[in-house]
Design a protein around this ligand. Structure first.
Ligand code: NBP
Length: 475
C-alpha cells in the first residue's frame, strides 16, 4: 500500500506529526537524513498506525500515492533548501512539497516561485502548538497555490486541532502568506508572554507575593476572560518547586530570555511595512535586555528615586493588573492584525483576519477564549480599521482604562519595568489623540531639510522659508 503522506525530518516536531497522521488512519512514509531517528520512531511508536520505513529519498518518493505529498520538518534555512532540492529532483509534475518548519516568509516566496517553474506545488505551512500540538492537534497555516489545498486540505484538517467542530486549519493565501501569518502569530506570542511576565513581576515586587500566590491568581484568571494556554501554563510553571533546592523553580532559573528569531523577524517585517507593532517590539527588546547580563550586573544598585508607593489594596491592584493585561493584550493583537493587513496589501494575498482568529482558537500557543471575540469582531465587520474599534474591545478597554493607568503609574513610581504595559497604553493614547506632536516633527523636518508639510486648512504641500523672511510658499 502506498502512503498518503510522507514526512521527512523526524526530530521532535516531525515525528509527532507523523504519528498524528498515522493515528488518524493515514499511511505515512517516513524519512530522515540519519536513519537512526526513523528507526527510533518505529521502535517506540510503530504500532500506532501504518508507517512505511524508507532510507533514501528515491525510496521515500516511490512509497507515496500521486499526487505525492511530502511534509518537510527540518531546521529552517539552508537545511530546508537542501531537502527541497533533493526532493524536487525525485518528484514529478503536480506533486506537492510542504514546508512545515519555521521558514522566513520571503524564503517561502522564493521557493514557491522556483518550484512552480518546475511544475511542483510548494506549500509553506506555519505549524503552531509545539511538540504537544504536533502530536495531538496543532494549528496549521498553509499558504501556497489554491490547487494544492484541494489535495492537501482534508489531510491537514484531519490532524489539526478542532474547536466547536471547526478544524484549526484553513488555506491562508498564496506563496509566503502561511509563513507570514505564522511569524506574526509568534510575534503576538512574544507580546503575550512579555505581558504575562510584567503582571507576574508586579505581583512579586509590588505586592510581595510568592510564586505560589501568583500561580493561584493565574489559575483564577484562567477561569475568566483571560483564559488561555499561556495563562494556564504560567500557573503550572510558577507552582513548580525545584527538587534540588526546595525553592520555587522560577527563582533558580537564570533570568535571561532566549529567542529563536521569529519575534525579531516580525518586528523587522513590521518596520519595512511601516506598521507600529510596539507590543511585539517591546517584547523582543525586553528579551534582549534580559540577555545583556554583564551590563545588567554593572547597573544593579543604580538610583531608584524616592517615590515608591506600594499599592494599599492588594485585591484592587490584582484586579487592576488583570485589566492592564487584558487591555495591553488587545493592543498587541490589534497591532498584529494590522501587520497582517499590511502584509496582505503589500503582497496581494487577500488574507481574511477572521479566518486567522478562527484557526488560532485551538492547537496553537496563543489559543485563548479571547480569539472567539476577535473572530466575532471580524464576522461583524471584515473591514475593521483596528481591532480596538470593535464594540466589544472598545468597551473592554473603557472598562479597563483606569486600572491600566493605575498599574503603569504604580509601576513607574516603584521602578518596576513594564515596557509592554506602558507602551501599549501610550499606543492607545496616541491612536485616540485628536492631535499628535507629529505636527512639530513636520515643522522641524521642513526647517532643517525643506521636507514640506501639509496644512489643516488647504490642499497641497507647503514650505516656510526658514532662513529667509519666513514667509510660506506652496511647494
Ligand atoms: P530541528 O529544527 O531541530 O531540526 C532537526 C531535523 O532537521 C532533523 O531531522 C535533522 O536530521 C534535520 N536536518 C538538519 Br538539522 N540539517 C539537515 C540537512 N542538511 N538535510 C536534511 N535534514 C537535515 O527539529 P524540530 O525542533 O523538530 O523542528 C522542525 C521544524 O519545525 C523547524 O523548522 C522548527 O523551526 C519548526 N517548529 C518547531 C517547533 C517546536 O516547538 N520545536 C514548533 C513549530 C515549528 P538529522 O536527524 O539527520 O540530524
Amino acid at each position: 500500500e502506498l502512503a498518503q503522506i510522507g514526512v521527512t525530518g523526524l526530530a521532535v516536531m516531525g515525528s509527532n506529526i507523523a504519528r498524528n497522521f498515522a493515528r488518524n488512519g493515514h499511511t505515512v512514509a517516513l524519512h530522515n537524513r540519519s536513519i537512526a531517528k526513523t528507526d527510533a520512531l518505529l521502535a517506540e511508536h510503530g504500532s500506532e498506525g501504518k508507517f512505511i520505513r524508507t532510507e533514501t529519498i528515491e525510496e521515500f518518493v516511490a512509497a507515496l500515492q500521486k499526487p505525492r505529498r511530502v511534509l518537510i520538518m527540518v531546521k529552517a534555512g539552508d537545511p530546508t533548501d537542501a531537502v527541497i532540492e533533493e526532493l524536487a529532483g525525485a518528484m514529478e509534475e503536480g506533486d506537492i512539497i510542504i514546508d512545515g518548519g519555521n521558514a522566513l516568509y520571503t524564503d517561502t516566496i522564493r521557493r514557491e516561485a522556483s518550484l512552480k517553474q518546475r511544475g511542483l506545488l510548494f506549500v509553506g505551512a506555519g505549524i503552531s502548538g509545539g511538540e504537544e500540538g504536533a502530536l495531538n492537534g496543532p494549528s496549521i497555516m498553509p499558504g501556497g497555490p489554491v490547487d494544492s489545498y484541494k489535495a492537501l486540505g482534508p489531510l491537514l484538517e484531519s490532524i489539526a486541532a478542532q474547536v466547536d467542530g471547526t478544524p484549526c486549519c484553513t488555506h491562508i493565501g498564496p506563496d509566503g502568506s502561511g509563513h507570514f501569518v505564522k511569524m506574526v502569530h509568534n510575534g503576538i506570542e512574544y507580546a503575550d508572554m512579555q505581558l504575562i511576565g510584567e503582571a507576574y513581576n508586579l505581583f512579586r515586587d509590588a505586592l510581595d507575593y510568592t510564586p505560589q500566590q501568583v500561580a493561584d491568581v493565574f489559575t483564577e484568571w484562567n477561569a475568566g476572560d483571560l483564559e488561555s494556554y499561556l495563562v494556564e501554563i504560567t500557573a503550572e510553571v510558577l507552582k513548580q518547586v525545584d527538587a534540588k533546592t526546595g525553592q520555587p523553580l522560577v527563582d533558580v532559573i537564570v533570568d535571561a530570555a532566549e529567542q529563536k528569531g521569529t519575534g525579531r523577524w516580525t518586528v523587522k517585517a513590521a518596520l519595512d511595512l511601516g506598521v507600529p507593532v510596539t507590543g511585539i517590539a517591546e517584547a523582543v527588546f525586553a528579551r534582549a535586555l534580559s540577555g545583556s547580563r554583564s551590563q545588567r550586573k554593572a547597573a544593579v544598585g543604580l538610583a531608584s528615586g524616592t517615590l515608591a508607593a506600594k499599592p494599599s489594596d492588594a485585591e484592587q491592584f490584582t484586579h487592576d493588573i488583570s485589566r492592564a493585561l487584558y487591555a495591553s493584550k488587545i493592543v498587541a493583537y490589534a497591532q498584529g492584525f494590522d501587520q497582517i493587513a499590511a502584509g496582505s496589501a503589500e503582497y496581494d494575498w487577500n488574507l481574511h483576519p477572521g479566518d486567522l482568529a478562527t484557526i488560532w482558537r485551538g492547537g496553537c500557543i496563543i489559543r485563548a477564549r479571547f480569539l472567539n471575540r476577535i473572530k466575532d469582531a471580524y464576522d461583524d465587520n471584515a473591514d475593521l480599521p483596528s481591532l480596538i474599534l470593535a464594540p466589544y474591545f472598545r468597551d473592554a478597554i473603557e472598562d479597563a482604562i483606569d486600572s491600566w493607568r493605575r498599574v503603569v503609574i504604580t509601576a513607574a513610581s516603584l521602578g518596576i519595568p513594564v515596557p509592554a504595559f506602558a507602551s501599549s497604553l501610550a499606543y492607545y493614547d496616541a491612536l485616540r489623540a485628536e492631535r499628535l506632536p507629529a505636527a512639530l516633527t513636520q515643522g522641524q523636518r521642513d526647517f532643517f531639510g525643506a521636507h514640506t508639510y501639509e496644512r489643516i486648512d488647504s490642499e497641497g504641500k507647503f514650505h516656510t522659508l526658514w532662513s529667509g523672511d519666513r514667509s510660506e510658499i506652496q511647494a
